[in-house]
Design a protein around this ligand. Structure first.
Ligand SMILES: NC(=O)c1ccc[n+]([C@@H]2O[C@H](COP(=O)([O-])OP(=O)(O)OC[C@H]3O[C@@H](n4cnc5c(N)ncnc54)[C@H](OP(=O)(O)O)[C@@H]3O)[C@@H](O)[C@H]2O)c1
Length: 311
């Protein structure tokens, strides 16, 4: 039996339940490929899944790596997949691993402009940001408020909104104002007085508000500044957002999962990143064995960029 090393949950909990173990590596069946993982992207959703994980659960929903084996009919969204291909994969199960066998339908070529760690963090935030823009119909001439514009989803939504011809005001901590400005947004500091600071930054008004943070402040300021509730969306404040009648997106209660939009968004995201038109900011990388520390940093809510494990 072939084996590899992977991060495994000993049961439900936080980062402390993660252990590095030797595990069996399945040969690829029909429509599957095996990938030697170069980087595994870490996302807040990994923590949410871990909280309800069964013993033996394998975290890690996206990765980059090199294909080492293919089953029959291994065709991904961008075409056939061959041994030696440099790829990204999303969605997968068990990405925090040295090797993993995944469905070919989740595997796309790796954008050349991104290194392994950045490529591994492209797709989940990218499909989520695309869903936010599609659901609220962001178009040329809009002024968009992005709550959490320094985060993984927020910084991607900021860049994609600019590409649609929108102006973007992005909230972030004081430490991350420059990051937002460097990516073309008008930065404002979140916290008390936010609505007034946004009004000063965008005197013509705000057309769309995208909440990637989920605080009462983000919801309240969005409701105060955007009249049309169909043009306010949240990926994090499901209870408050549901009461307010704004768009709820993703896996939360009452939310639109947007499966088709998200699945179809992967190819265009790879192509954008391939030509250097979409930046991914990785703040820290950790060795696979330090998955606990990596997840603790993500759990802080201020990871200072995306986080990747390097097996
Ligand atoms: N529903 C879905 O489909 C979906 C998909 C992906 C993610 N999510 C959720 O969306 C959220 C963001 O994900 P992410 O990967 O972008 O996270 P992230 O990279 O950790 O970014 C978090 C962002 O929130 C900001 N922030 C932290 N505390 C804040 C506060 N008190 N007030 C205002 N802003 C604050 C951070 O700013 P500073 O670092 O500058 O402080 C940063 O911009 C998470 O809750 C995640 O679970 C949902």
């Amino acid at each position: 039996m072939t084996t590899t090393h992977a991060i495994v949950a000993s049961g439900p909990g936080g980062p402390e339940v993660l252990e590095l173990r030797e595990v069996p590596l399945a040969a690829p069946g029909s429509g599957e490929v095996t990938i030697s993982v170069r980087a595994a992207g870490i996302n807040p959703v990994d923590l949410k899944k871990l909280a309800g994980a069964e013993a033996g659960a394998r975290p890690g929903i996206e990765l980059s790596g090199v294909v080492t084996a293919v089953g029959d009919g291994a065709v991904g969204p961008l075409g056939e997949i061959a041994v030696g291909d440099e790829v990204v994969a999303y969605p997968v199960v068990g990405g925090y691993a040295q090797d993993v066998t995944v469905p070919a339908t989740s595997v796309l070529r790796k954008p050349r402009a991104l290194d392994w760690a950045r490529a591994a963090n492209l797709l989940l935030v990218g499909v989520t940001a695309t869903h936010l823009l599609e659901a609220t119909g962001v178009h040329d001439g809009d002024t968009v408020l992005v709550h959490g514009a320094s985060g993984g989803v927020g910084l991607t939504a900021l860049q994609l909104a600019l590409q649609r011809g929108a102006t973007v005001v992005g909230t972030a901590s004081a430490a991350n104002q420059q990051l937002v400005a460097d990516h073309g947004g008008i930065p404002v500091i979140y916290g008390e007085g936010l609505a007034d600071r946004v009004r000063s930054a965008a005197p013509e008004g705000i057309d769309v508000a995208l909440d990637t943070v989920g605080t009462d402040e983000a919801v309240d300021v969005s409701l105060e500044l955007v009249a049309d509730r169909d043009r306010i969306a949240t990926i994090a404040a499901f209870a408050r957002g549901g009461e307010a009648g704004i768009r709820l997106l993703g896996g939360g209660p009452g939310a639109d999962p947007g499966r088709e939009i998200r699945s179809a968004a992967r190819g265009p995201l790879v192509e954008l990143a391939d030509r250097g038109a979409l930046d991914v900011v990785v703040g820290r990388t950790f060795p696979l064995a330090e998955a606990r520390a990596a997840l603790e940093l993500v759990a802080s809510g201020h990871p200072g960029g995306q986080v990747a494990l390097l097996p």
